[in-house]
Ligand binder design. Sequence first.
Ligand code: SAM
Ligand code: SF4
Length: 359
Amino acid sequence: MTRINHLYIHVPFCKTICSYCDFCHRVYNTNLVSKWLSQLDKEIIDKCHDEYSTIYIGGGTPTCLSCYELDKLLSLIDDYSRKVKEYTIEVNPETIDEDKVKILCKHHINRISMGVQSTDNSLLKLMNRNHDFEMVKEKIALLRNYGLNNISIDLMYSLPNQSMDILKKSLNDMISLDVPHISIYSLTIEENTVFGKKGYKSLDDEIEADMYEYINSYLTSKGYIQYEVSNYCKKGYESKHNLGYWNYDNFLGLSLAASSKIDNYRYTNTFSFDEYFNDYNAKSEDILLTVDDLKFENIMMSLRTIYGLNIKEFNEKYNCDLLVEYKKGIDNPNIVIENGYLKCTNLELLNNILLDFMN
Ligand SMILES: C[S@@+](CC[C@H](N)C(=O)[O-])C[C@H]1O[C@@H](n2cnc3c(N)ncnc32)[C@H](O)[C@@H]1O
Ligand code: SF4
């Protein structure tokens, strides 16, 4: 039986909904949460067979659940977390408090991903975020008091009205927190959000490119390594769970909207609460990947990190010769081979570079 090392669980609830976000979520409602927990329990019993090396509880906002519900959720997977090396939960600043931190510790969670997005109060208001930088500092100190030092923060750029100076100030504030991991995403305007409906636009490509360049050079100068297109860390603090995705490992995703990849089978659970409550096997996507799909996706995911693609492993896995088969893509000044790994040296251009890997 195929071994799966990585488990993701999607918590589809948030206390309030941010103006830019189109992740699968509903406003918190205790009756709905209780139905969801009992259906998730059944899905876990049916599908979890391994002890996982990484577990990621994402959302939505897992910490918008009450203490009782959060404890119940984490109890459901206690049996599968014994071998876990990295156990992450997403939190946002206004929904985490001391009682919830104690629950995270009780279940041996050892990594926190906190959505901060910006430290500029007028941008936070525009995004419908209910925190300021003071609160972020307080909550990070609280987490550290309980030994939760492996903290990642999410930031966003190319936000409407965001000037370079505002971005610089947010980055500077972030650095003062001295967290070991930072994820930075450029805003995507999703149709189905307040930003989309109000017709907001992301900033011009040129400004966005300047911002990306600034973020890179600033964080690098402060000792962070850009180890993936949108991710920076201090040495040794890469996200092991996400490295699993970029390594093209198998993973199991549970609850609404979660995706799974098991060998050549990829599927995504339904986005509809009604469908999920009716049948946790209901799917929104269900694909058997061809060998060519697998090879291309494996290259695409592995080139996202600075560690790149292990050529020997790739050739053995797919019984092929990468250097011959993908010569067109590899013949690019931004693609190099180092110690048996194929690497992309300009992650900003990756999407264009990948076009030549399509057979
Ligand atoms: C699914 S959210 C969960 C985080 C947590 N609920 C919070 O808000 O603090 C993960 C991250 O995705 C990013 N994100 C969400 N919508 C986005 C969008 N439209 N464009 C770019 N990044 C987005 C945000 O940085 C967010 O922190
Ligand atoms: S960014 Fe986080 S809190 Fe905001 S709507 Fe998305 S998942 Fe919910």
